[in-house]
Design a protein around this ligand. Structure first.
Ligand code: UDP
Length: 468
């Protein structure tokens, strides 16, 4: 059997007063159709990184809605995860190659896991490239298979993509975080665009009184009387931790008592992490105001919560990004953010919400300095950020999007009144209270932001399915 992750119980009722009521109502209504259905999510690791973060909330809430949902982990060893890291990087455009041996390692793992995957389900969500090969070896059965890609695969390395594509043709649907991420000649139809979301009630995101947050940071060695800039991220080249150190050094020329915290977790399948960690510690060795923390030295969810709450600025200097949950996490806590214009980050920070978008070390330093010096402006941006997260980036909206896709895949089931969602045609999100609308001869379109509306107008044929 594949290993099951135990996620305990959670109640959707607890989200009343936190997430928008309209979303909770629609979700409850839609879930009625799938009561008793069996769903499984399969990914590579039970902790570390955004996918496990998501599943930890999605899976128990689906169960609370009466949908029998499991979370299972692909089994794999070091050589396998080295191959999947290559595939991951190659799918994000890095110049990787897969030797014959690497291909065999991937295939052998898929075959082994397909044998371990014994249970029957109605809907099978396969997350990212690591478990993508399962379907080819297990066969579809009577389940609907959905490939959920969390990374930016808009410009994949050709050789890697040709290899991975061979495993995808039989899937019934795919989900991407952004339309722009769909790789060329993508073989799966339909494709749903669904941005991820954060859980406002998890230990990482729940309310944490300032006094306790201060106690937590002081206890692990942060000096509370100095300003603090923080990046919370896996130690990964795409998150550019060395660029963050360089930007910090520039800001410190103006704010000499500034501290930097780099908070990073090591994931089970992240063989590169240790090398980046070594580079960071070498780079910061002679600077006592740079703190490097990891989950392995006890910095867990509550500590991340405290960092995201108490930092003067949260930086997320990604060069490539899938979505970047950390951005919504910081915005939810009302903390101003400086973030790289990459992947799903501009969607989260659309219309100026949350802080400033940047490209490059100098811009990152300049924006951080601006927010440190102008707390009034920083506070205004941060307030907008929290409102935007409440409306669009909390788990119930994600569940609503998922169930809407399952409904599309379940032709023949009766659709209840009001089950059809309003979705932003650009970012794909379920939109209850549109920030913007466009009426065309084909109908009315709703948008989560002015940004999405503007983008729809740059290519109406693509986004709205009509002639420009
Ligand atoms: N994270 C954490 N501890 C760390 C670093 C990261 O708990 O030391 C969490 C972070 O809070 C977020 C997730 O890992 O929930 C990272 O998700 P994101 O989408 O930002 O990036 P990914 O790692 O999936 O590329």
């Amino acid at each position: 059997m594949l290993q099951t992750v135990d996620v305990g119980k959670r109640s959707l009722a607890a989200y009343r007063g936190v997430a928008p009521d309209t979303i909770l109502d629609d979700l409850t209504r839609l879930a009625e159709i799938f009561r008793g259905a069996r769903v499984v999510h399969i990914n590579a690791t039970p902790y570390g990184g955004g996918v496990s973060e998501l599943l930890r909330s999605v899976v128990p809430l689906m169960n609370d809605l009466g949908i029998l949902t499991d979370w299972k982990i692909l089994s794999g060893d070091d050589p396998f995860f080295q191959v999947t890291k290559k595939i991951h990087n190659g799918m994000q455009g890095a110049p990787e190659e897969l030797t014959t041996k690497s291909r065999e390692t991937y295939l052998a793992n898929a075959e082994k896991n397909a044998r371990l995957f014994e249970e029957r389900y109605d809907f099978i969500f396969i997350h990212d490239p690591q478990p993508a090969g399962l379907l080819s070896f297990r066969g579809k059965g009577d389940a609907r298979w959905i490939w959920r890609c969390h990374i930016d695969t808009s410009h994949p390395n050709r050789a890697i993509w040709d290899f991975l594509k061979g495993f995808l043709a039989d899937y019934d649907a795919a989900i991407f975080t952004m339309r722009e991420f769909i790789p060329p000649d993508f073989p799966i139809r339909p494709v749903a665009i669904i941005p991820p979301a954060i859980d406002p009630l998890s230990p990482k995101n729940m309310d944490l009184p300032a006094r306790q947050a201060r106690q937590i940071l002081a206890w692990i060695g942060v000096e509370l009387d100095r300003p603090l800039m923080t990046q919370v991220s896996r130690f990964d080249p795409w998150k550019d931790p060395l660029g963050v150190i360089a930007a910090y050094r520039l800001v410190r020329e103006e704010v000499p008592n500034l501290q930097l915290a780099l908070v990073g977790s090591m994931a089970l399948d992240d063989t590169e992490g240790w090398e980046i960690y070594r580079q960071i510690t070498t780079e910061s060795r002679n600077d006592p105001l740079i703190h490097v923390f990891t989950n392995l030295t006890g910095v867990g969810n509550i500590e991340v919560n405290a960092f995201q709450r108490l930092s003067d600025v949260i930086v997320q200097k990604s060069i490539r990004e899938g979505f970047g949950l950390v951005v919504s996490e910081a915005m939810w806590k009302g903390t101003p953010v400086v973030a790289g214009r990459a992947g799903g980050i501009p969607l989260q920070m659309a219309d100026g919400a949350g802080g400033l978008l940047v490209e490059g070390v100098e811009a990152c330093a300049e924006a951080t300095l601006q927010l440190l010096k102008d707390s009034g402006r920083a506070g205004d941006l941060a307030r907008l950020g929290r409102e935007r997260v409440k409306e669009y980036f909390l788990t119930p909206r994600l569940l609503l999007n998922h169930l809407s896709l399952l409904l599309d895949l379940s032709k023949g089931r009766t659709q209840p009144r009001g089950a059809a969602l309003q979705q932003d045609p650009v970012c794909g999100m379920a939109v209850e209270q549109p920030a913007s609308e466009v009426a065309t001869a084909r109908g009315r379109y709703v948008f989560c932001s002015e940004e999405c509306r503007r983008r729809s107008q740059t290519d109406p044929a693509h986004y709205l399915g009509q002639a420009a």
